[in-house]
Design a protein around this ligand. Structure first.
Ligand SMILES: Nc1nc2c(c(=O)[nH]1)N[C@H]1C(S)=C(S)[C@@H](COP(=O)(O)O)O[C@H]1N2
Ligand SMILES: [Mo]
Length: 232
């Protein structure tokens, strides 16, 4: 009896999510073939209206204290990969130590935009991205992060859908205006400004329960599309 109850708690997933055994490479079809060919971290290019543009070199970056974190990963299309073992640096620490010193006097950051090596971009409000469980990770499952999963550096924001968990980060922009980032065209309407998993904030316009049903069909074709075949 007791065992059954605890099992239920262990298997509890956020609304509409289903666990899968593997952790597939995933993303919009547009990015499926656009993987950066350089897994080496060459620094971060910092921009946005809250700071003077600056490049943070790798040596500065890796002086932060390393965090190990086991967390669940939830894609907006409803698949979840449980207990991913990440290693990296707490975003809030990096922000305080490396980014805050470059802020214009009196500027208050409201929005953080992540620019990626494959052209992908995504944004989160500052309070969401400075939560304790948000990391910039360079390791997964006790190995260096693979290109498939976002080498050299990716965002891990477990409370937010996968599409906020930017891979191959090359730049970070700090904006004083919460509306500073807008995805082009129709993508804007699918991009929830926060994308919190617990509240099923899958998209900006359509309700989460509807998107759940529509997105579920896209999982398998997308997994096949994003799969990296050796030698390619
Ligand atoms: N640079 C970049 N980051 C990205 C994406 C992408 O296509 N490019 N896809 C997002 C989506 S929709 C998901 S679900 C996760 C998938 O991460 P994974 O490939 O490690 O499973 O990455 C997110 N971050
Ligand atoms: Mo996703």
């Amino acid at each position: 009896m007791i065992q059954e109850e605890s099992e239920e708690i262990l298997n509890e997933l956020p609304p509409g999510q289903r666990a899968r055994e593997d952790f597939p490479r995933f993303g919009l079809p547009k990015y499926a073939d656009r993987m950066p060919d350089d897994p080496i971290f060459r620094g971060l290019n910092i921009g946005g209206d809250a700071v003077d543009a600056v490049t943070l070199d790798p040596t500065t970056f890796f002086t932060a204290s390393r965090i190990e974190q086991t967390s669940d990963f939830h894609c907006v299309t409803t698949w979840s990969y449980l207990n991913a073992r990440w290693s990296g640096f707490r975003f809030a620490d990096l922000f305080e130590r490396l980014l805050a010193p470059h802020l214009h006097p009196g500027a208050s950051v409201r929005l953080v935009v992540f620019r990626c090596g494959d052209g992908y971009r995504t944004a989160l409000p500052i309070d969401d991205v400075t939560a304790d469980d948000v990391l910039l990770a360079d390791r997964l499952a006790n190995s260096p992060l693979s290109l498939e999963h976002g080498a050299p550096l990716r965002l891990v924001a477990p409370a937010h859908y996968g599409y906020k968990n930017a891979k191959h980060i090359v730049g970070i922009d700090l904006w004083t205006d919460e509306q500073a980032f807008r995805k082009p065209g129709l993508a804007h309407y699918m991009d929830h400004p926060r994308g919190r998993v617990a509240l099923e904030e899958r998209g900006r316009v359509a309700p989460g329960w509807l998107l759940r049903v529509l997105y579920r069909r896209l999982i398998e074709p997308t997994v096949r599309r994003c799969r990296v075949t050796p030698g390619e």
